[in-house]
Design a protein around this ligand. Structure first.
Ligand code: SAH
Length: 218
């Protein structure tokens, strides 16, 4: 199957699985996932599966990208923080539906790679930051939306602090024994409301910047 045919099938499958937002489906359709996957996997770019990328990380499954994006309820004024740039695919999808995306990654190699791709694809409203998602990015807070694409045990307090009142965060939480669930967190003036959505499988969210070899290629 060609990538073009596979892409048409993917969009149909996402619809069949309950993704209703036409802007989410359009953002997926206009984001070339083949650019974000590693070379040996290019012919699987539009299969609905996660795939390995550099630094032992993964690019998320398209359904999960679509589902999380839909749950955020973005609009063209939204300021979004993503934790876990990885390949940059999720950030690219977000960038088509909001005003600005700040995306944090603890691996310099991944952050630089993603940054070059955003330049190549002329996605000018994405800012890549090498940083620790447990601390968020207070310099640009508050964010209308926060999306976390690696799983911590608990919701990091700085991310709650950096979410605007009325804002929405989507975050996978590690629940032990290899179980993870995705949560939607809404910030109220007094506290937060959380809702469990679906079971998921993300790489763990790890503290601090990643130690990398000096000569790692960008
Ligand atoms: N959104 C990505 C999926 C990335 S996988 C995509 O579309 O491809 C999760 C990423 O989170 C990994 O690259 C991992 O290095 C990163 N990560 C894990 N813990 C982190 C932390 N504390 N701060 C920033 N990034 C983190």
């Amino acid at each position: 199957m060609s990538n073009e045919t596979a892409k048409v099938k993917l969009i149909m499958d996402l619809r069949a699985r309950g993704i209703r937002s036409t802007s989410v489906l359009e953002a997926i359709e206009t984001t070339p996932r083949e650019k974000f996957v590693a070379e040996p996997f290019i012919d699987q770019a539009y299969a609905d599966q996660s795939l390995p990328i550099s630094c032992g990380q993964t690019i998320s499954q398209p359904y999960i990208v679509a589902f999380m994006t839909e749950q955020l309820n973005l609009n063209d004024r939204s300021l979004v923080l993503e934790v876990g740039t990885g390949s940059g695919y999720q950030a690219a999808v977000l960038s088509k539906m909001c005003r600005r995306v700040f995306t944090l990654e603890r691996y310099r190699t991944l952050s630089m790679k993603a940054r070059h791709l955003f330049e190549e694809l002329s996605l000018r409203n994405i800012t890549t930051i090498i940083g620790d998602g447990f601390k968020g990015w207070p310099q640009q807070a508050p964010f209308d939306h926060i999306i976390v694409t690696a799983a911590p045990r608990d919701i990091p307090q700085p991310l709650i602090d950096q979410l605007a009142v009325g804002g929405v965060m989507v975050i996978p939480l590690n629940q032990g024994l290899g179980n993870q669930a995705l949560y939607r967190v809404t910030k109220t003036p007094q506290s937060i409301e959380t809702k469990k959505l679906i079971d998921v499988r993300f790489v763990p969210m790890l503290e601090g910047l990643a130690r990398e070899q000096q000569n790692t290629s960008n």
